[in-house]
Design a protein around this ligand. Sequence first.
Ligand code: NAD
Ligand code: ZN
Ligand code: ZN
Length: 322
Amino acid sequence: VIRCRAAVAWAAGKPLSIEEVEVAPPKAGEVRIKIVATGICHTDETVLKGCFPNVEFPVIPGHEGAGFVESIGEGVTSVKPGDKVIPLGLPQCGECSFCMNPESNYCLKCHMSEPQNLLPDKTTRFSCKGKQIHHFLWVSTFAEYTVIPEYAVAKIDAAAPLDKVCLLGCGFSTGYGAAINTAKVKPGSTCAIFGLGGVGLSVVMGCKAAGASRIIAVDINKDKFAKAKELGATDCISPRDCKKPIQEVLTEMTGHGVDYSFEAIGRADTMIAALASCNMSTGCCVLVGMLDSGSEISVNPLLLLTGRTWKGSALGGMKPKK
Ligand code: NAD
Ligand code: ZN
Ligand code: ZN
């Protein structure tokens, strides 16, 4: 058993608290990882609020990490102690029908199909002050050591800088992949990105890499605009500066609406605004932001009837392992 520090969420709505925790050794098919770097994604905030589907408290959140393999359980063959790795919040078992399908990155062992509050054998490797602590997405990167099923660990290049590549675990892959894999942005096209956090800025990079000629970045926080421009945004707009609804502003700016729109905020109103911002015929809107669990939105189907497509994207459609 390793004793180390971790940021524990004891109850919904309470801030994280740094605690000394015990991390049990990996069982068969599991890997214990020393986490060196972790990002913070908005989804961790959703966990803290208690609004992530099926989350159970107390829990160690975090799903954007990178580190080294410390030890391996029986039967583990794809990694060995000392390997640099990225934990995968979206696992890849390599055996389910979606893993076998080159078009899909939705492993059936992901959290939507199989709760990941406990490891696959339905026990936890974390404890603190005599209490069992839940895992999050099997990865729990807000701990100095964490135990993860082998199929949710990807080996990476030994030279990779861990403080940068941790973002491949969620934010960067999600945003960049939403543009490249999910929308399949074409050269010369127009794009609008709602929300300029780590995810939205990565969408901007993806649109730029795909050769979009106009990239319109939308956020209510204007401090985000300088970074968005540096990464490829051609226009930046705050809906708060507009007299008309943002979808009307974008439609006027582009003639009939953008070719591709992306929602990377996680709000019902901006999901509908993003959908209405892409053109009525060939426009494609990609949902990346997440609403609180149990929330629903209502949409006028006429928005889709003329040909628009509305897609969702998890981890940017990326298969996280080769
Ligand atoms: P973030 O909090 O860093 O960024 C959100 C941005 O939206 C901020 O810049 C904020 O100013 C802006 N914003 C807030 N309200 C707005 C409004 N009304 N109009 C315009 N802009 C507004 O978040 P993030 O980490 O980049 O994540 C974004 C969303 O993506 C979250 O909902 C997160 O849960 C979700 N997410 C989904 C996936 C996936 O695989 N689909 C992966 C990661 C994150
Ligand atoms: Zn995330
Ligand atoms: Zn699978």
